[in-house]
Design a protein around this ligand. Structure first.
Ligand code: PEP
Ligand code: MG
Length: 760
């Protein structure tokens, strides 16, 4: 008998049981018999969730007296692990698994092999179906598939037949009622209040068993067609005429979409009697299990693509289309997602999107860079064990997000809501006070004008320029356009963006940094070849290194910038310059393009100012050679400090270990600052550090007079600047930097407190 036929037979028998007049317990008793027999397995058991514990509800092969007696906590033993991780286990020797927990009342000691699958309802495990066998052997693929199918049918049965507590079945556990606190990692600081909305509204599989197999086949066939059309549509947008790596990535995606094996397995599942939705989900569950077993990071990436495609297919086939963005936000919203791409975030209505909670995410994830630029607080790594956030938060729940303190309160009590409202009001008051500084020029007490510029990367960021009164854009991260595009942006698209940005800036300068792609900012259409040999991407083939080898990329950007700034001043900055010749080579690309435009009698910029970022420590040793070539130098402290301390900037475990206010960093930066004295080079800092008040104070004290910072920090930094006497601060810094064992952070905090300068 073929695998599909035997699966169909199981399903038919299950169908008969379900349709029978047996009461629920009787049905479960029959199910364990059917499964045990079909898989020639000595044991088949069903555990269901009751009062937060997994209780043995039916068994064939274990001691009957254990039924309704054996109970396991979620996460306890193999059964609990399956429910906790919502994963399938297939073990030749159950005892060898680290989570094995022996229950003497069951009499299971003689059984060696074990396989179990979760019974899932609305993404929560509400039970576990497992089989055991005396002989130590792994169960075969078809057997596991039969178990997975049965688990789906059981999910329908137990929720229809009140077999698990109604609230538990609905996913309403104690954890989903009353106030709860979700903790995580602060990725973008700030406060926000709104209702919870999941980015990916879940697809509800309402029917597992097919009534008309042919009709289900047809539905899945049409859904495949539509999905493939969508994927082809994506790859047709791939327009940039250089390189072609983006196509490689899309090709992989396409390969999955057209994968015969995948569609065949789904069709086989339909043949066995499942609906199209249940078949897609079943096959996906199975793939997930196999990928987990392989444990290869490359395959894990591919799994992400495959999950994405399977969800797409599921949404098409069920007609439950769209993300929360596409369905539209109706109220102030805190968005919840496992992870997001920057483009997905940008699809949301900015007026209603107040905050984001991610189950994954890291400080340098693209989405976080974009959210920071949009001023949207983000809490990351908020993954709460059992069933993830879905186990705690439901769509529509009220949430108070305090991303500064790295937590969120779900369904807050009135007292907590009041306290939050007061804090919120205070921060708003402060923001209003900063806004009043908009037109005030930041002179220090001693009369030195400090340049307070802002960092930007998207067209929409430019609104902050007028709102904050910043002196200009000290760092425009041009790679953001690349990060949010599905395909490499063509020259015309770049030109349009740069022109819009310059228009929005009016008389204020904008320093465009050429693309800093690679490292933590990889883009899918360039990723494959870049990543190939990069074991350490932050120090790998990124930024200028990449741009100079991909000449077409650099040329297109140079031309777009030169044309956008026709008749105005253009400021161009190169990232990750490691040796002066790299600067020369990058500048030569611009010189060539300029000559080309002139030859074509096209209008060119009135003036072009070239600058470099100091992010690679080695460059500091050759500033005497580099500075004569530059109009400005901008220290990228995010990268520079990670290289100085050899501490990955994206690694949260190292985030607190080395201080920006360390003597080593400060002495290094002071030396850089001193080497620009007497030159015409305008020196600044454009890393995150400059936007923190205590750090900004230190930078002012070692000679920095230009800071380019995140827009939200412009007001607070202006306020700080106005309270500082530079001579006094510089003297203090010099004393401290010579003092053995000094705690610079403490010294600066005390110094500021004595002068009533707010630094938090
Ligand atoms: C830096 O490294 O400090 C910097 C400003 O660049 P990015 O954060 O974009 O790498
Ligand atoms: Mg950098």
């Amino acid at each position: 008998m073929s695998a599909a036929a035997s699966a169909r037979q199981i399903l038919t028998s299950l169908h008969e049981v379900m349709a029978s007049r047996l009461h629920a317990q009787g049905k479960l008793d029959s199910v364990v018999e059917i499964i045990g027999e079909s898989l020639t397995s000595e044991v088949c058991s069903i555990y269901l969730l009751r009062e937060g514990m997994l209780e043995l509800f039916a068994t064939r092969g274990l001691n009957k007296s254990a039924v309704h007696v054996t109970r396991m906590a979620i996460g306890e033993g193999l059964t609990g692990t399956i429910a906790h991780n919502i994963e399938t286990l297939n073990l030749a020797e159950a005892k060898a698994h680290p989570d094995f927990s022996y229950r003497p009342e069951t009499g299971e000691e003689k059984f060696h092999s074990f396989a179990g699958v979760p019974i899932v309802y609305r993404e929560r495990a509400v039970g576990v179906l497992c089989v055991q066998h005396v002989e130590p052997r792994r169960y075969e693929e078809v057997e596991i598939e039969a178990l997975q199918t049965t688990a789906m049918v059981l999910s329908e049965l137990i929720t229809n037949a009140d077999l698990v507590d109604e609230e538990e079945a609905l996913g309403l556990t104690a954890a989903q009622q009353g106030p709860q606190t979700v903790t995580g990692l602060s990725l973008v600081k700030g406060l926000a209040a709104g209702i919870a909305a999941y980015h990916q509204p879940r697809v509800q599989i309402t029917q597992v068993m097919a009534e008309d197999v042919e009709a289900e086949r047809q539905r899945v066939y049409l859904a495949f067609d539509k999905m493939r059309e969508q994927i082809d549509g994506l790859s047709n947008q791939a327009e940039f005429g250089i390189g072609g790596e983006h196509e490689e990535v899309l090709e992989t995606y396409k390969m999955f979409a057209y994968d015969e094996g995948w569609s065949r397995r789904i069709n086989e599942a339909i043949d066995s009697g499942l609906t199209a939705e249940a078949a897609i989900e079943r096959v996906q569950q199975h793939t997930r299990m196999r990928m987990r077993e392989i444990d290869d990071p490359l395959l894990a990436d591919r799994m992400h693509d495959l999950e994405d495609l399977a969800n797409r297919l599921l949404r098409i086939v069920s007609g439950q289309l769209g993300t929360a963005a596409q369905q539209g936000l109706r109220k102030d919203t805190i968005l919840i997602a496992k992870n997001l791409g920057p483009a997905e975030l940008l699809e949301y209505d900015r007026r209603r999107l107040k905050g984001v909670i991610l189950e994954e995410g890291s400080l340098t994830a693209h989405v976080v860079i974009v959210a920071r630029a949009m001023g949207i607080p983000v809490l990351g790594r908020a993954n709460h064990g059992k069933g993830g956030l879905r186990g705690i938060v439901r769509d529509g729940d009220e949430i108070l997000l305090d991303a500064t303190a790295a937590n969120a309160t779900v369904r807050p009590s009135p007292q907590v809501a009041d306290a939050f409202a007061q804090r919120f009001a205070k921060t708003k008051e402060k923001q209003a006070a900063y806004a009043s500084l908009r037109d005030v020029e930041p002179f220090t007490r001693c009369g030195t004008r400090i340049q307070v510029m802002m960092n930007a990367g998207l067209r929409d960021d430019m609104a902050s320029l007028a709102m904050t009164g910043a002196d200009g854009v000290g760092l425009f991260r041009t790679e953001f356009q690349f990060l949010v595009s599905a395909t490499l942006p063509q020259r015309e698209r770049q030109l349009k963006l740069y022109r819009d940005v310059l228009d929005a800036a009016g008389d204020k300068p904008v320093i465009f940094r050429t693309v800093d792609i690679g490292g933590d900012k990889s883009v899918p259409y360039l990723a494959s070849r870049i990543a190939e040999n990069d074991e350490n991407p932050a120090m790998g083939w990124r930024a200028l290194r990449l741009a100079l080898t991909r000449e077409g990329l650099m040329k297109a950007q140079a031309r777009a910038l030169l044309e956008a700034a026709a008749g105005r001043s253009l400021y161009v900055m190169f990232p990750m310059v490691s040796e002066p010749w790299e600067f020369d080579m990058a500048k030569a690309v611009f010189d060539d393009q300029l000559a080309f435009l002139r030859a074509k009698k096209k209008r060119v910029p009135e003036a072009i100012h070239f600058g470099a970022m100091l992010e690679v420590p080695a460059l500091a040793e050759v500033l005497d050679l580099l500075l004569p070539k530059l109009s400005f130098l901008s220290v990228g402290t995010n990268d520079l400090t990670q290289f100085l301390f050899a501490a990955d900037r994206g690694n949260p475990a190292l985030a607190e270990r080395y201080d920006w206010l360390s003597v080593s960093i400060m002495r290094f930066l002071r030396r850089v600052s001193q080497s620009t004295v007497g030159t015409n080079v305008d020196l600044g800092v454009c890393g995150e550090m400059g936007g923190r008040r205590l750090e900004a104070l230190a930078l002012l004290g070692i000679g920095f007079r230009r800071l380019s910072i995140t827009p939200a920090a412009v007001g607070p930094i202006k306020e700080l600047v106005r309270k500082v006497d530079l001579a006094e601060l510089t003297a203090a810094m010099n004393t401290w930097l010579a003092e053995p064992g000094i705690n610079l952070r403490q010294a600066l905090t005390d110094w500021a407190a004595e002068r009533e300068i707010e630094v938090d």
